[in-house]
Write a protein that binds this ligand. Structure first.
Ligand code: UTP
Length: 297
């Protein structure tokens, strides 16, 4: 029987420079889509996939993120006194069971691979998920849950993948596909940020992974060797050709790159339009704005 995936690493130690000046004091993961911070979407998705242990790799200035998961007795008392039970209910999603959440510090932003490696002692010899909260995925069945189900068949290392336009391959790790089985593809290579003319496919890796302990061993070697950023994709690619299969998973759903301003705004509009309490007002506003835009053309 395959070991169940019950641990997830959330690397949140990046500098978030694309959102400066906001990220000077607010962690990117605490920025809100409508009224929920990015990290809440990530946690909800992980919980739905059966994750029980949540490991955050943090850095200086991420205190607000740690506070977010704490109980807030004064606020709760006040809400209870005022009979605001629906708000008390909303807060429940933010609580973690005692001992279920851990914070590890990445002392220097040495890349995503290094951030994942920082959590190795808490992972030990088990498969684990990696969830990047910047990538928010709207899906009927949460993306990580889809992956866990597929992983039960494949094992090995699995990366979430999506089709991108040729001019976008240079922003992603791109899969070199050995065999295409539809939602699961077996991978014979991974190329970091290729030009369209050099991309082996249009299947790009995005921020959801299920990985085995071999990736942590690969990262350990890289850690002692590399001078610059340590890439997670390199450590995964190192397993290709070994007895640990590497597969890509075409998930069902829409991914928003909330690490970029345009992606964050698109996600905000989409999530707000899916909310019955906001939809009509926002639609009216968008119609007004687009009409003004058209008139100006
Ligand atoms: P990004 O490439 O988006 O970098 O990291 P960033 O620092 O968050 O943002 P920009 O580019 O400066 O605006 C992708 C993910 O990897 C984590 C980030 O927190 C984010 O979740 N990361 C990156 C680390 O945890 N440590 C690192 O050293 C680098």
């Amino acid at each position: 029987m395959r070991k169940k995936v019950t641990k997830a690493i959330f690397p949140v130690a990046g500098l978030g420079t694309r959102f400066l000046p906001a990220t000077k004091s607010v962690p990117k993961e605490i920025m809100t889509l409508v009224d929920r911070p990015l990290v809440q979407y990530a946690i909800d998705e992980a919980r739905a996939a059966g994750i029980k242990e949540f490991i955050f790799v943090t850095s200086r200035g991420k205190g607000a993120l740690e506070d977010y998961f704490d109980h807030s007795p004064v606020l709760e008392q006040e809400l209870r006194k005022k009979g605001k039970n629906e708000l008390l209910e909303v807060l429940k999603d933010t609580y973690m069971d005692s001992g279920a959440i851990a914070y590890i510090r990445q002392h220097r932003a040495m890349g995503l691979g290094h951030a994942v490696w920082c959590a190795h002692r808490l992972i030990a010899n088990e498969p684990f998920a990696v969830v990047l909260p910047d990538d928010v995925i709207a899906a009927e069945k949460p993306c990580l849950q889809q992956m866990v189900e597929a992983y039960e068949e494949t094992g090995g290392n699995m990366v979430a993948a999506m089709e991108v336009a040729p001019e976008q391959t240079s922003s992603y790790g791109v899969l070199d596909v050995a065999e295409d089985h539809g939602s699961v593809v077996s991978v014979k290579g991974m190329v970091e940020k290729p030009k369209a003319s050099e991309a082996p496919s249009n299947l790009a890796v995005i921020g959801r992974y299920i990985l085995g302990p071999s990736v942590l061993r690969n990262l350990r070697q890289m850690k002692s060797g590399a001078g610059g950023e340590i890439q997670l994709t390199d450590a995964i690619a190192q397993d290709i050709g070994s007895d640990v299969p590497v597969s890509g998973f075409r998930f069902q759903g829409e991914r928003f790159d909330c690490g970029s301003k345009a992606g964050f705004l698109q996600a905000t509009v989409s999530f707000a339009l899916s909310r019955p309490d906001l939809r009509d007002d926002l639609m009216a506003h968008l119609n007004k704005v687009t009409q003004i835009d058209k008139a100006a053309e």
